[in-house]
Ligand binder design. Structure first.
Ligand code: ATP
Length: 296
């Protein structure tokens, strides 16, 4: 059987994580405790989650012409992801998230860098990839107009679309009407509905497309006007970073495998749960074998 074809269009970032006793005040210099560079970006994370499970994944995105860009593309290639369609933007930095963590607080600065160069024009150049995929998986860390163009092309070629609306922002009904599935967490769902001015009928339709993730409380779907609750898998959570990305990659994989939506959510719940038992976003994402062993 040929492998499921998933195209992810989204962000590729390097997370620069500093641990310190406390967050420095304005103008203050502190000695930190440790520093790590960790591959991230919601697009890249979701691509890795699907690839670990055995999907045939193509990543479309952009990195800068710096060493982070090189490291991130090799990281994706090493996971078996097709990286031919990732562009290297000259004189531009790779997207980064500079994260400072102390016991009590954290502070984060995100520089989108090359991710801003994923333009509608670039999306159009990849129309064939979108056409030949079973699923197109998107988030909101690239320009919104590019997300809209990608969904338009997917619609034109009958490719199923999943939009993880994170980080949440006001989205046009035109886009929400076109996507097949939306995967907000609880907070994103609230803001999404509060900021979208659709008719009652449009909002009802939108609700039907939503798969709302609720952390350790599992997932809620809306089917034929009813809530369907799918409980999470109880685990000892060590680090919940990237749980949503694991869930989305696994959802894309399981839908590609032909699972019905409720079963696909059950499978993605297992993947999300396993991912929180290990430190790091991509580090915790399980292979199909690890999922099978977990379920034994
Ligand atoms: P993040 O932004 O941290 O990546 P998120 O807020 O987008 O996460 P969550 O709703 O927290 O996403 O988690 C996604 C899924 O991961 C949940 O629906 C669930 O399946 C799984 N999950 C998350 N936290 C836990 C937990 N503590 N125990 C079991 N499963 C969990």
């Amino acid at each position: 059987m040929s492998k499921s074809k998933i195209t992810v269009i989204g962000s590729i970032n390097m997370d620069l994580v500093t641990s310190t006793s406390r967050i420095p005040k304005v103008g203050e210099t502190l000695l930190g405790d440790s520093f790590h560079t960790i591959p991230g970006g919601k697009g890249a994370n979701q691509a890795v989650a699907a690839a670990r499970l055995g999907a045939d994944v193509t990543m479309i995105g952009a990195v800068g012409d710096d060493s982070f860009g090189e490291m991130l593309v090799s990281n994706l290639t090493n996971q078996g992801i097709n990286t031919e369609n990732i562009i290297r933007v000259q004189d531009c930095c790779t997207g980064i998230a500079s994260i400072t963590i102390s016991d009590r607080d954290n502070s984060i600065i995100v520089v989108p860098g090359a991710n801003s160069h994923v333009t509608p024009d670039m999306i159009e150049k990849n129309e064939d990839k979108i056409k030949n995929s079973d699923i197109l998986l998107l988030q909101l860390e690239i320009p919104l107009e590019s997300v809209i163009r990608a969904v338009e092309l997917a619609k034109k070629h009958n490719t199923l679309t999943i939009l993880n609306p994170a980080p949440v922002m006001e989205l046009p009904m035109e886009l929400l009407g076109m996507v097949d599935y939306l995967t907000p967490n609880e907070h994103e769902q609230m803001l999404l509905f509060a900021s979208t001015d659709g008719t009652e009928k449009e909002l009802e339709k939108l609700k039907e497309k939503c798969i709302v993730t609720k952390g350790s409380k599992g997932v809620i779907l809306y089917s034929n006007g009813n809530d369907v609750k799918i409980p999470s898998i109880p685990v000892e959570a060590v680090d919940t970073t990237g749980a949503g990305d694991s869930f989305n990659g696994a959802l894309a994989f399981s839908l590609c495998e032909g699972m019905k939506i409720e079963d696909a959510c059950r499978f993605a719940n297992v993947v999300g749960a396993i991912s929180v038992t290990k430190l790091g976003a991509q580090n915790g994402m399980p292979t199909k074998k690890e999922v099978e062993e977990f379920l034994e």
